[in-house]
Structure formats: structure tokens, C-alpha cells
Ligand binder design. Structure first.
Ligand SMILES: [Zn+2]
Length: 354
């Protein structure tokens, strides 16, 4: 039997079968079976005695979307999605179910935040498709239509949160989230991503607009980084900045395409690395945000890796068992130069890096 108290071990799970109906015309890595794999990972983690709270996503309303997306773009998007199936950019397909799926995912992000703000030690995971972190204020791209994690952060601010942190560990830069909050002093975005790589943004010197200097933290890692590299990035940059920023809500853009088996990228993470990162962020949330932590599914295109990593993420968020730090290998030090550059670019904004 688990030793934890129920308050420590419950996870709100937000998903909906209608996320499966958003489907590509032929083979595409962002496919419905991804959702089944991610949900299977949640099931496996929660089967270890943790309590599950199923919450139903609901469609986002216009005001919730207009906090992060341009009204004229939303009008155009709705008109396009009401027409025959096609593409919103070179690789972002849509069909007759996409409008409902995307609006449910964005509304699910709001429902997630409402749950997180309903009490202390609240944790939740939105498992939705399409993903969201590439969607900018005025554009769908990179398999993403609406930016759910951004909708969640804006919803939290509208509900009285003072400062929200978004940690984006998807292997691709969270360019849409950066675009939306670049000049917003109330949202800290920390993105770890493979560079060079899609979408060719997220460089060290992109540190936030004039009103939000230092509130964008990009950690563009070279291909071939392993868990030890990510652990170095967490210890030297991510965790010190989070502790100094003191967010009162921690959100995670949880993509799993930095896994070694992922077909779209060249990083070397394994399931245990996600468990460690999740446990570190859980500790931050407990320290500064009364334990309030929400995860939003982004990418991850190897089905078995996705299931394993989601399972370990949930265990990292919920379990009190000690989690072993990822091993430091010769490979891990390939991140060293980048971390030095990030520190140089950010230290005028973050005394903890001096
Ligand atoms: Zn990705």
C-alpha cells in the first residue's frame, strides 16, 4: 500500500474521446494513437495506488481564446475549419473534427487551471490533441492549432495568479508560447529544445521584450544531449531561476520527443529522466505555488516511448519515492557551452546566476 496521504497522491486527468477524431488524411506522426499511448501511461502510473480525478474538458469560450490569440485570426481559423479538410500550414492538417478538438483542448486547459486553483496540492494533466505550443498569436503551425498551455497561463492570471511559470521540455522550441508572452512580465517561459531544429527559433539571446526582460529563458541544446545534460540544465539554470521567480502556478508543456527513440529528433532521454525532471518541478511547485502544478501534453511520436515517459512523469509528480538523478556521461557535457551562454545572457536579470 502507498504510504502517501490522499491529498499528496491525486491527479486530475482531463481528456476526451473527441480528441481522437482529429485525424490526418494519411500517415502522419501526430496521429490519434498517441493519445491512447499517453492515457495508457497515466493508467499504469495511477494503478500504483494514486488517486485519479477525471475531469471533463469543455469548449473554450471566445474571451478565453482572445487573451492569447488575435480575434481576426480566430475568425479566419473558424471559417477555414468549417470548410473541407486540408492543411493550415505545410504539416498542420485539419479535418471536420479539428475545430471541436482544438476548442475542447483549449477549454480543457481552462478547466485544468480552475481545478489547480481550487485547493492546495492540486495537480493535473491535460491529455489532448492537437498539441499547442507552436501556435502563435496569429498562426497555426507545427501540428498545433490553438495554444493550450498559453490559454491556461492567461486563464490563471485572469483568475488572480500573480506569476505563472511554463517549463517547456518538448524537444522543439515553444515558439508559439514565446510569441504570445514575450512582453508579458507575469509569465516566465523556460524552454529546453534541440537546436538547430524546428522551428529555428529559441536562441539564447531571445530573453523577453522591454517589459519582460529575462522572462523568456531559452536553452537551445545540441543534438545528442542525454539525461545528464538536462539535469545540468536544470541544476544550473532552470531550477535557480524558478526558485528566484517564485511562480504561484507551475505549468509544463510536456512533450516527449526528446526521448532517444523519437523519430523526429536526436536527443537521448529515457523515461527515468522525465521522472526526475517532473519530480524537480513538483518540488518547485511545492516550494512556491502551494503544490499547484499542471501538465499539458505536447509532442512525442514514438508510441511506446510516449507511454513510458508519461507513466514516469506522473510518478515523478505524485510519488514520494526518491528519484535518482540522471547519470552524468561524457555526452552530458555537450550542453556545457550552451549553459554558459544562457547564464551570460540571463544573469543581468537573475541574480541567482551571478
Ligand atoms: Zn515537439
Amino acid at each position: 500500500m502507498p504510504s502517501e496521504t490522499p491529498a499528496d497522491t491525486s491527479l486530475a486527468v482531463l481528456s476526451d474521446p473527441r480528441f481522437l477524431d482529429h485525424a490526418p488524411p494519411g500517415f502522419h506522426p501526430e496521429r490519434p494513437r498517441r493519445l491512447d499511448a499517453a492515457l495508457a501511461g497515466v493508467d499504469r502510473a495511477l494503478a500504483r495506488g494514486h488517486r485519479r480525478l477525471d475531469l471533463a474538458p469543455r469548449e473554450a469560450v471566445r474571451d478565453e481564446l482572445e487573451r492569447v490569440h488575435d480575434p481576426a485570426w480566430l475568425d479566419r481559423l473558424e471559417r477555414t475549419l468549417a470548410g473541407p479538410a486540408g492543411y493550415l500550414d505545410a504539416d498542420t492538417y485539419f479535418n471536420g473534427a479539428t475545430r471541436e478538438a482544438a476548442w475542447l483542448a483549449a477549454g480543457g486547459a481552462c478547466a485544468l487551471v480552475e481545478h489547480l486553483l481550487s485547493g492546495d496540492d492540486t495537480r493535473g494533466f491535460l491529455l489532448a490533441r492537437p498539441p499547442g505550443h507552436h501556435a502563435t498569436r496569429t498562426r497555426a503551425m507545427g501540428f498545433c492549432v490553438l495554444n493550450h498551455v498559453a490559454v491556461a497561463a492567461a486563464h490563471a492570471l485572469a483568475r488572480g495568479r500573480r506569476r505563472v511559470a511554463i517549463v517547456d521540455w518538448d524537444v522543439h522550441h515553444g515558439n508559439g508560447t514565446q510569441d504570445i508572452f514575450y512582453d508579458n512580465p507575469d509569465v516566465l517561459l523556460v524552454s529546453l529544445h534541440e537546436s538547430p531544429g524546428y522551428p529555428d527559433t529559441g536562441y539564447v539571446h531571445e530573453t523577453g521584450g522591454a517589459h519582460a526582460r529575462g522572462m523568456t529563458v531559452n536553452i537551445p541544446m545540441p543534438a545528442g544531449c542525454d539525461g545528464g545534460s538536462y539535469a545540468m540544465a536544470f541544476e544550473r539554470v532552470v531550477l535557480p531561476i524558478l526558485h528566484e521567480a517564485k511562480p504561484d502556478l507551475v505549468l509544463v508543456s510536456a512533450g516527449y520527443d526528446a526521448h532517444a527513440r523519437d523519430p523526429l529528433a536526436s536527443m537521448l532521454l529515457d523515461r527515468g529522466d522525465y521522472r526526475w525532471m517532473a519530480a524537480q518541478l513538483r518540488a518547485v511547485a511545492e516550494h512556491t505555488a502551494q503544490g499547484r502544478m499542471g501538465l499539458v501534453l505536447e509532442g512525442g511520436y514514438d508510441l511506446s516511448a510516449l507511454e513510458e515517459c508519461v507513466e514516469d512523469t506522473v510518478l515523478g509528480v505524485l510519488s514520494r519515492d526518491p528519484v535518482e538523478r540522471p547519470a552524468q556521461t561524457p555526452q552530458s557535457h555537450s550542453a556545457d557551452m550552451v549553459l554558459r551562454a544562457v547564464t551570460r545572457a540571463q544573469r543581468e536579470f537573475w541574480p541567482c546566476l551571478r
